[in-house]
Structures are given as C-alpha cells and as structure tokens.
Design a protein around this ligand. Structure first.
Ligand code: MN
Length: 357
C-alpha cells in the first residue's frame, strides 16, 4: 500500500499534569485544571468544580500513542502514520474554557502558550501550536493574540460555546476579530469547548453527547457571518476543528435562505451572500467522515481539511493509512491534495513555509 502523506489540522498535545500547578502563583494554582483518578474514573476539576468525569479506560486509550506526551516520540509516531505537520490543540487545556474568573483563564492560557511555544514548537516546525485566548475579557484576548503572534505562533483558539453574555455576534468581540485579521492568524474553534451543552444520560447517551459537540461550532459560524464580522474582516480566516465538513454547505444554504426570505428584518446587510462569505473564509476539519470529500467534489465547498485528532480516541492513530486509503483511493488528485495538504497551507501559510525551510 502506497503511503499517503497528510498534514493534520486537528491534533492535540498532552500537557504535563503539573503545568499550571507548578507555574501559577499560589493564589491561582489550586484553581487550575487538575485531574484525579480512582480505580474506575478520572475526574477533572477546574476552579474547584467538577467539569468532567470519564472512565480510566477511556482516558488511557486517549493517551495510548507513545508520543502523546513526548514530543520526540510524537515525531516518530507521525512518521509511522504518514502525518507531516500537526496543528496542536490542547488536551487538559481545553478545560480553561470552563473558567469564570478572567484572571485565572488569562494566566492559565499564558502559561500554556509559552510552554507550547518554547517546549514543543521549538522541537520541530512540523508542530504548529494553537494558542489559547482568554475569552472573558476583550482586552486580555487582544493582548494575548498580539503577544503570541509576535512570538511566531500561527493560530489562536476560542471556545465553540462562548462565555455567558459574550455570544460571537456581540460587538464586544470586534477588537479581537480586527486583531486576528491584522496579525493574519487563524481564528480556531475546537468542538467540545466552553460551557457544556446539556449532558444526556440513559439510552443513546454516548452517541448523543458526542453528536452534541457538533452543533456549537456551527453556531459560531452563524454568529460570525450573520453579525457581519467576517464581512467586515474579509481576510480573517475561521477554522472549526473536529466538527466534520459537510454541514458547511447545508448551513450556508440555510443562511442564504434566511438572508433572502427574511430580508426585511436583516441587519446588518452583508456585501455578499452568507454562503459566499462562508466558502471564502470558513475552514472545517474531519477525521473519518465519508461525507467530507463530497462536500468538495459535489457541493463545491473547497475549505475542507483532514485531521488525525492524535492522540485522542476520536482520531485515527493506529489506522491512519487505512482510513486515508478508504477515503482517498480513487479521488481526484487535486481534490486529495487540497484536503490532505493544500488547505493546511492556506490556513497556516507561515507554518507551512517554516516546515518547508
Ligand atoms: Mn481534536
């Protein structure tokens, strides 16, 4: 089987367990994300609250790759799987988005971003870190965005579910959108981040809760487009990671219909149709979805990117080549090139240039 090489738009580091407790000032350290394990379950605490509980078996399976928490071994894993570059989101750091204290979020983010920049990205240009932005304060978000951009980072992230009172159509965000466009840095949203949707128990719970993570990323796109944020910042690129891709054309149609049929209520007016803005500026990544390639070939949505979600259980570690062959064998070479490598370069051009150097 010929090896297919791909860039991954959605991968994760596994932070040292004591990253925050060791580096935060004492007044904040005890409220940082912290994990406790008993025989059966692993519990994540943030700011003294339980935010997540999972089976130990699940947590262990999600960090089973040798390079999950070892950067040198990670490069070896990537070579084995056929992954050239990885865009790195947090694992434990995903939980900062459950914080309600702006100082705690800002400081946890800053420590994470510096660790990612200094201890991970310096090892290889194939490792492309996404910086955590604090989302409870516009001023803090802009300052951190500008700081990490100046430090050579290529992407920043906000939660798919924004904090209470700070929906993404809210003008409070305008300086952040302007700063991201100005810095030419990809504005990224990873599914499953922010205040949780309702967790369901009982029949179907596992799949229901997994499917639920799909929707807030779509809501983010709706807010950014309908509010005119992307129209006002036509060079701002938005990336919804791990949420699949074929929903994008359907959502674009839905928004066009609303924009046209409810036109008498629509404000602000946009300079183009919602679908045109979405097709220009919104990128989306998938791992296994059979529907993702037809989004490009049958629906004309070009900004589809593959991701391995390494080392998480939702990802392709251990079967990446099998998955890529199942997805891409027989697919037009230009389409495969775009999804596997080209869109990574469009979204993270400076990172790709550094990898090639
Ligand atoms: Mn992911």
């Amino acid at each position: 089987m010929e090896k297919i090489w791909a860039d991954s738009g959605d991968s994760h580091v596994l932070e040292p367990a004591d990253l925050w407790t060791s580096n935060l000032p004492a007044r904040l350290a005890e409220r940082a994300p912290r994990t406790e394990r008993d025989e059966k379950s692993e519990t994540v605490y943030v700011d003294g609250q339980v935010v997540f509980r999972t089976l130990v078996a699940f947590a262990e399976a999600s960090s089973r790759a040798p390079g999950a928490d070892d950067v040198t071994k990670r490069l070896h894993d990537m070579d084995g799987e056929g992954v050239r570059g990885q865009v790195l989101f947090p694992s434990r750091g995903l939980w900062v988005a459950r914080m309600t204290d702006p100082d705690l979020w800002r400081e946890c983010g800053r420590i994470y971003n510096d660790w990612l920049r200094n201890d991970v990205m310096t090892v290889s240009p194939r490792l492309v870190g996404v910086a955590i932005l604090p989302a409870l304060s516009t001023e803090d978000a802009v300052a951190e965005l500008q700081r990490v951009a100046a430090n050579g980072m290529h992407a920043v992230m906000l939660p798919t579910t924004p904090p209470e009172g700070r929906d993404y159509n809210n003008p409070v965000w305008e300086p952040v959108w302007a700063a991201a466009e100005e810095a030419d840095i990809a504005l990224s949203f990873h599914v499953g981040t922010g205040a949780d949707p309702r967790m369901v128990r009982g029949p179907g719970g596992a799949v229901i809760n997994y499917a639920e993570t799909f929707f807030p990323g779509q809501r983010t796109v709706v807010h950014l487009v309908a509010s005119g944020a992307l129209d006002r910042h036509p060079n701002l690129k938005v990336f919804i990671a791990e949420g699949g891709a074929s929903w994008v054309p359907a959502l674009a149609d839905r928004m066009d219909e609303g924009y046209r049929q409810h036109g008498m209520y629509v404000q602000p007016k946009l300079s183009q149709l919602p679908s045109e803005i979405i097709y220009r500026q919104v990128f989306a990544s998938f791992q296994h979805d059979k529907s993702a390639i037809p989004a490009v070939t049958a629906m004309g949505y070009q900004n589809v990117m593959w991701g391995d979600d390494y080392p998480h259980l939702e990802g392709t570690y251990g079967h990446t080549q099998q998955t890529l062959h199942e997805l891409f064998d027989g697919v037009d070479a230009d389409v495969a090139e775009r999804i596997l490598r080209g869109n990574f370069e469009r979204l993270f051009p400076a990172a790709r240039a550094a990898m090639a150097a």
